[in-house]
Design a protein around this ligand. Sequence first.
Ligand code: PLP
Length: 285
Amino acid sequence: MSDRIVYLNGEWLPETEAKVSIFDRAFLFGDAIYEVTAVVNGKLLDYPGHTARLNRSLNEIGIKAPVSDDELLEIHREIVRKNEITDGLIYLQISRGAADRDFTFKSDLKPTITLFTQVKDAVNNPQAETGISVITVPDQRWRRCDIKTVQLLYPSLAKMEAKSRGADDAWLILDGMVTEASSATAHIIDANGKLITRQLTTEILPGITRASILDIAKEAGVDFEERAFSPEEAKNAAEAFITSATAFVTPVVKIDDTVIGEGKPGPVSKKLRELYIKSRIELSI
Ligand code: PLP
């Protein structure tokens, strides 16, 4: 915690003065959608993708956006200015609103919208140099993982399990196949240099960074295939990596007890990370 200025329902407030009702459905039911957008050099990365996914998620659970797309962009820009963020992230959450506790809800609730910033130098993340280690755990999340809800208890427990076992993150396994990482998309590179990433279904979040990486792979002549892969295939892959708004491309050098490739970030992961950072900074707004 620090002395940030946060946004709450149309107001700019010191973080200690921003108060949300204990009856808010985000608090009682995890009934809320969120997005995380990276800020580099004071500008927003991959912003159009994040707004499009936000609107899709809201639509899927029937929450009406409390602000227009133009207003939302202006709020993002203003929060960067107010907090003098050069490198970091913006967290945005929209809940269905507050009402007496009831599983059913009325359609006229007033959504609660909050935004706050966090400082983070995602470009110079030391994990990009060393790579990270992951463990595999069962994917026990609800089955609409394509919606970016704040129901993050399982990913949070999976990350704690990884930490307790000396690893950095967890990859989730459903029906013998990798779905995704606890808070990122999972990818591998096969022996021929082909990128393999799971196809988009309700079983994974449609990662905005994933979409950018596939565009970049196309432009850079990196062949790719969208299909599920098993943990065994991943352990035998030439390279593995995760993508997310704030991890960008982060190499994975160990899965459970198996060292991937030479145990250090491989050439394709490194190239994709470089191209991602360069191209998205150029396109940032
Ligand atoms: N998958 C999950 C479960 C996530 O939580 C995230 C990011 O938070 C991602 C994938 C990556 O999505 P994006 O690249 O849009 O950050």
